[in-house]
Design a protein around this ligand. Structure first.
Ligand SMILES: Nc1ncnc2c1ncn2[C@@H]1O[C@H](COP(=O)(O)OP(=O)(O)OP(=O)(O)O)[C@@H](O)[C@H]1O
Ligand code: SF4
Ligand SMILES: [Mg+2]
Length: 307
């Protein structure tokens, strides 16, 4: 991704139009076969970024690269190779189609036969018994529905799966089951997974690399280990500081808390300049630079600027 942007315009011709800069300048490369966690609070633009990658939304500016190729071109020839799974399977599964019919349709859309054997194999992959083939979504639990949504995504042998809060609506034990299923499948089939979540411990547990987002910007990219041992950006530290103390290893905001109320940050300089206890004049004037700290750790903040 290079300088990716997405602006939503809201309001009618009578009301004042409001521009929401959901994605406000993002550069991010997603490597083949990795699990990249996209972590951020509500409204940070995670879903928008996922939808752009899946070709559901068009960016307003900038460029997305999928596996080194222009995303629009990539999606034109192999749209099915990028699959998005959403938080709520009720809205993504057709209530009038049985599990078997849903999977048959997906297999056929991916150029396969859609035979009973293929459907059985998919069900087995996601840990559902064959009997569920004849069930309708209303007869399934939340976890079972999410398994069907995962099977549907797998039916086309995707290169990239975008999982948008896929366990957020599930009970704790079911959450764990679906997460380990997703991890097993990723290891077995080697697809790239963009794991979108607002839940820090879960993101840390499943990802190889984590990108932290705030108001349309990536503020830090780091490994799960660095997230715990060496979080650098004030926003990442803020996210950690709201967790139980077992997660806190010498993390301090000097007793100051961030007051995050804005849905739209300033247009110039750092998005956090009005709420960050460390902000200086420079933060309102200049875009935070990307500072590299070790091999795979990047932080976008003036605090760490060398000049
Ligand atoms: N279709 C749309 N029209 C107008 N504004 C939108 C639209 N979709 C998203 N937005 C706005 O863009 C911003 C980013 O939204 P997005 O859904 O990408 O965030 P998110 O990080 O996925 O949040 P959440 O955790 O709540 O799902 C928000 O301010 C949201 O209100
Ligand atoms: S750039 Fe400035 S305002 Fe932004 S997080 Fe860093 S110190 Fe705070
Ligand atoms: Mg979202």
């Amino acid at each position: 991704m290079e300088e990716l942007r997405k602006v939503y315009r809201t309001g009618s011709s009578f009301a004042k139009t409001m521009e929401i800069r959901a994605i406000d300048g993002i550069d991010l490369d997603i490597a083949k076969g990795e699990v990249l966690g996209l972590l951020g609070e509500s409204g940070s633009g995670k879903t928008t970024l996922g939808k752009i990658l899946a070709g559901i939304e068009k960016p307003s500016a900038g460029k997305v690269l999928l596996f080194g190729e222009d995303a629009e071109k990539f999606l034109k020839k192999s749209r099915k190779k990028v699959q998005m799974i959403f938080q709520n399977p009720d809205t993504s599964l057709n209530p009038r189609m049985s599990v078997g019919e849903t999977l048959k349709e997906a297999l056929q859309a991916g150029g396969r036969e859609g035979s009973t054997q293929e459907i059985k194999e998919l069900l087995e992959m996601v840990g559902l018994e064959v009997k569920y083939m004849g069930y309708y979504p209303s007869q399934l639990s939340g976890g079972q529905k999410q398994r069907v949504a995962i099977a549907r995504a797998l039916s086309v042998k995707p290169d990239l799966i975008i999982g948008d809060e896929i366990v957020s609506a599930l009970d704790a034990t079911v959450k764990v089951q679906i997460l380990s299923l997703m991890q097993e499948l990723q290891r077995e089939f080697g697809f790239t997974l963009l794991f979108i979540s607002h839940d820090l411990p879960i993101t840390r547990a499943v990802s190889n690399r984590i990108a932290v987002m705030y108001l349309g910007k990536i503020v830090e990219i780091l490994s799960p280990e660095e997230l715990m041992d060496n979080p650098m950006h004030p926003y990442t530290r803020h996210l950690l500081s709201s967790l139980p103390s077992i997660y806190l290893k010498g993390i301090s905001l000097d007793g100051k808390r961030l007051r995050l109320k804005e849905i739209q940050g300033p247009t110039k300089g750092c998005k956090l300049q009005r709420v960050c206890p460390f902000a200086t004049k420079r933060c309102s004037e200049e875009e935070p630079p990307m500072v590299k700290n070790g091999k795979d750790h990047f932080v976008f903040c003036h605090l760490y600027s060398k000049n």
